[in-house]
Design a protein around this ligand. Structure first.
Ligand SMILES: Cc1cc2nc3c(=O)[nH]c(=O)nc-3n(C[C@H](O)[C@H](O)[C@H](O)COP(=O)(O)OP(=O)(O)OC[C@H]3O[C@@H](n4cnc5c(N)ncnc54)[C@H](O)[C@@H]3O)c2cc1C
Length: 486
């Protein structure tokens, strides 16, 4: 096995997978206009790792010497976490934009399960063996690995009942070959990925009853498996002009409603089964590693906000105003706030139960909430600094029309800025802040690593509250000293 090339990745998607979009069944995912741009991005990522100038940053070696993607090697030291950060930043630099669901941001969910090997061994030793096998396989085969957590839930009272056994994904049969599952999941990038780690959705699995057991399963599913249907939402970039929508046409990541219509999952792909304890564990630790890669994307988004705001106020000569400087400073505070959380999470990283090195969970989870909770206000501030031309500027074809071009030369030229460059900057800012793609991105960021309430629960559950209690106990002269359960 070896690192995959971009061509091998494109070819690998031609595996008979059933993909539907816009009322059409897709024949060739890699060439279809809705998928081609993001497949090209992922193919570029594969090719980058093979370029000599990127080898040190984007690849590493397993103990036996095999060269693998840096993204897929589990972190054992703080230097490994720093190398993961460098990997993400290098990839995003080369691509010139922010992509989220491209493999490195989801593999960490498997490492969280690696940390639970002792628990899995108590249930069935083959499960711990399987998780180790799959972590190794993703690295050695350089697979594009994604994540399936969320079922379309519908009526919450029918989740575990009804004539069909319930609406959540569940096991309908066990046989010599494996388990047969039925259900559905939402999953970004599934249609152009190789495999997904499928797991139970957010529920109180700790308080679960025996009737929830068929729903408490986790497994690796091949994205071309028979019975799997990828039903995709419409692309927000495919019918756009790249000059007018430079982000959507390049970085649009397609979400899929993934239907499991009696899909056979071979035993070697089953990571846990009929285990409420494992379901509860994975839900409580899921983003222990992957939130790092995710929040690095939010940091990069903040950089793009600052750049767009700065260039816009500079071209219109507003930078000298005190009020404008203060607003730029607010954007910088936001950016550096995220950066501080990420930097400190590595500096104060902790040894995980499985012996890996995990970013400090409290600093990481609070950083994720800080980045997401403040994003709408920061996007709005950027919108304000860019000004109304963001919304009213005609598209590039109109600007180039010879009959009216003179008016753009007159009204869109400012100092060194040509009308064409001003247009480009405004189109960029529009796609960053105002387009359908921009709106979708904001919703993605809000939910893709679980909804805000679950992110706040991660903050609550990973902060050691005893020092604060102790401070007040002492200061107030309290006699109460019994630990309080969370
Ligand atoms: C663009 C996009 C891409 C996505 N990609 C993926 C993916 O790749 N993989 C994947 O698995 N999932 C993905 N998701 C799904 C995402 O994980 C879910 O949307 C998210 O977990 C919330 O689940 P839900 O949509 O069912 O909302 P619900 O569970 O219905 O919650 C909706 C709202 O109800 C309230 N609420 C519900 N339950 C509670 C509670 N217990 N306590 C307090 N408030 C509550 C909250 O306000 C919550 O935000 C994606 C979602 C979006 C929007």
């Amino acid at each position: 096995m070896a690192l995959m090339t971009g061509k091998q990745y494109r070819d690998s998607l031609n595996d008979g997978r059933e993909v539907f979009i816009d009322g059409e069944k897709v024949r060739n995912v890699a060439e279809h206009p809705s998928f081609k741009p993001i497949v090209d991005v992922k193919a570029r990522m594969y090719d980058m790792a093979l370029e000599a100038k990127y080898a040190d940053t984007l690849t590493t070696r397993l103990p036996d010497g095999e060269v693998v993607s840096r993204a897929y090697k589990m972190p054992e030291t703080k230097d490994d976490l720093t190398a993961i950060r460098k990997h993400v930043e290098t990839v995003l630099d080369d691509l010139g934009g922010v992509v989220y669901r491209v493999g490195d941001e989801t593999i960490g969910e498997m490492w969280s399960l690696y940390d639970a090997q002792d628990k899995l061994n108590e249930i069935d030793p083959s499960y711990a063996k399987n998780i180790r096998y799959h972590i190794d396989r993703v690295a050695r085969e350089d697979l594009f690995h994604v994540s399936a957590n969320t079922d379309p839930k519908g009526d919450r009272s029918k989740l575990f009942g009804g004539k069909d056994g319930g609406t959540l994904l569940h096991v309908v049969e066990e046989n010599d070959q494996g388990i047969v599952v039925k259900g559905a999941k939402f999953e970004t990038a599934a249609a152009y990925a190789h495999q997904a780690f499928v797991k139970p959705t957010i529920l109180d699995w700790n308080a679960g009853s025996e009737k929830m057991a068929p729903f408490a399963c986790g497994f690796i599913c091949d994205m071309g498996a028979p019975g799997l249907k990828h039903i995709c939402r419409t692309s927000l970039g495919s019918d756009r002009n790249p000059q007018d929508y430079p982000i959507a046409t390049k970085f649009e990541e397609i979400d899929t409603l993934l239907i499991f219509d009696n899909v056979l999952i071979p035993w070697e792909n089953v990571l846990f089964h009929r285990s409420l304890e494992s379901a509860a564990y994975i839900r409580s630790t899921l983003h222990r590693y992957s939130a790092f890669n995710y929040t690095l994307r939010l940091l990069r988004r903040a950089d793009y906000l600052i750049g767009a705001a700065l260039l816009n106020v500079e071209q219109t000569g507003l930078t000298h105003l005190q009020a404008v400087k203060e607003k730029i400073s607010e954007l910088i505070n936001y950016r550096e706030g995220i950066n501080a959380h990420l930097t400190a999470a590595v500096a104060d990283a902790k040894r995980s139960p499985g012996g890996l090195m995990m970013p400090n969970p409290s600093l990481l989870y609070t950083g994720r909430v800080f980045a997401l909770a403040n994003f709408p206000a920061m996007a709005h501030l950027t919108r304000e600094l860019v000004g109304g031309q963001l919304a009213v500027t005609p598209d590039s074809a109109t600007m180039a029309d010879p009959e009216i071009k003179q008016y753009f030369d007159q009204y869109y030229s400012v100092g060194e800025w040509t009308p064409e460059d001003r247009g480009r900057l405004l189109y960029y800012a529009r796609d960053l802040l105002n387009s359908s793609y921009a709106g979708h991105r904001t919703t993605f960021e809000l939910f893709a690593q679980s909804p805000p309430f679950a992110q706040q629960m991660a903050v609550f559950n990973n902060f050691d509250m005893e020092p604060q209690r102790e401070l007040v106990r002492k200061a107030a002269g309290l006699n109460q000293s019994a630990p309080v359960s969370k």
